[in-house]
Design a protein around this ligand. Structure first.
Ligand code: FES
Length: 342
């Protein structure tokens, strides 16, 4: 039996290796020419110590100097000794450069461009080597903007097992990707990208979840919902989706389908523009209720602009609730588009 092991490096690069049930993660990594940190290979030095984000494994034989019982209890592990019992996600204590690897490159063809409004465009691609592209729900890739020498980072809005892969883009005047999508993008265009990247991804669902999306920060959360649906996760999941204007409000139909398919999934949305026609105006924090944070027994996943991340932090702090886990990804579409254009 073979399992997929995701190796998440400190610089955000994630590589996937196939690991047999009787093979150590270190052996599988080196077989794939990924040189994760190693020294003794014998469970004695602790050099390879990693953190397991999700999955089951047999930790193998090692001494206390290499890994204490407390560390093992917390989820630390020794790739030179461990063998997988399921797919795994490991945080590796080095950069991809040190491990002599890098983000993988992929080529794709645009199959659909959805110009939702003046502010938001979605597109879908078919990847040439789909079988060799693995990612974790929530992760992003760096896409080369056709006709330019710049790249932009976008999260998949579809889960890792989808046949074709989709993205959501906030349109920024003068931005390289925005200009391409608004003026030139057509079905059949070729797109190159590298990845996957990022530490914002779905962990093993262990408790209720609160998903908070700001604008096109909805994309990685939809990839997460795709995976929750595929795995028939029955834990309560509530999404609050906030945007600035009615033109930013997209993919509500897809969210309604998730709500039909996932019995324990509910969602609300709000628009901060006071003149909006939406049923709720204001900010995401205004919709967070005590029940959503479940006295702290909740995993919060937030993707949105930096002020939203800070506002949610402050809101939770003011209510005295500390979530069991708070995973977030900050992004600023304008800064991202403009900072690399020059
Ligand atoms: Fe020494 Fe793994 S390399 S404990």
């Amino acid at each position: 039996m073979t399992f997929h092991v995701a190796l998440s490096f400190e610089d955000g690069v994630t590589r996937f290796v196939d690991c047999d049930a009787d093979e150590t993660v270190a052996d599988a990594s080196y077989r794939a020419r990924i040189n994760i940190p190693l020294d003794c290979r014998d469970g004695a030095c602790g050099t390879c110590k990693a953190f397991c984000e999700s999955g089951r494994y047999d930790g193998g034989d090692y001494i206390e100097d290499a890994l204490t019982d407390d560390e093992a209890e917390e989820g630390y592990c020794l790739p030179c000794q461990m063998v997988p019992e399921s797919d795994l996600v490991l945080q590796i204590a080095s950069t991809s450069l040190v491990a002599k690897t890098a983000a993988a490159s992929h080529s794709s063809t645009i199959t659909e461009v959805r110009r939702y409004s003046d502010t938001t465009i979605g597109f879908t691609v078919e990847v040439d080597d789909r079988g060799s592209l693995a990612y974790l729900p929530g992760q992003y890739v760096n896409i080369a903007v056709p006709g330019t020498d710049v790249t932009r980072s976008y999260s998949f809005s579809t889960g890792p097992n989808a046949g074709t892969l989709s993205f959501l883009v906030k349109i920024v005047d003068g931005g390289a990707m925005s200009t391409y999508l608004r003026e030139r993008a057509e079905v059949g265009d070729r797109l190159e990208f590298t990845g996957p990247m990022g530490s914002f991804f779905l962990r093993e669902p262990a408790r209720p979840m609160l998903l908070l999306a700001g604008g096109t920060g909805l994309a990685p959360l939809m990839a997460i919902l795709d995976t929750l649906r595929e795995n028939a996760v029955d834990r309560p999941v509530h999404l609050i989706y906030g945007v600035s204007s009615d033109a930013d409000l997209v993919e509500l139909d897809r969210l309604r389908v998730f709500a039909q398919d996932l019995p324990a999934f509910t969602f609300e949305y709000c628009v901060s523009d006071p003149d909006s026609a939406a049923p709720r105006t204001g900010y995401v924090t205004g919709l967070i209720e005590d029940g959503h944070v479940n006295d702290g027994d909740v995993d919060v996943y937030l993707c949105g602009p930096p002020p939203m991340v800070e506002a949610v932090r402050e809101h939770l702090h003011s209510t005295g609730v500390t979530p069991a886990n708070f995973y977030f990804e900050k992004f600023n579409p304008a800064a991202r588009e403009m900072s690399q254009v020059a």
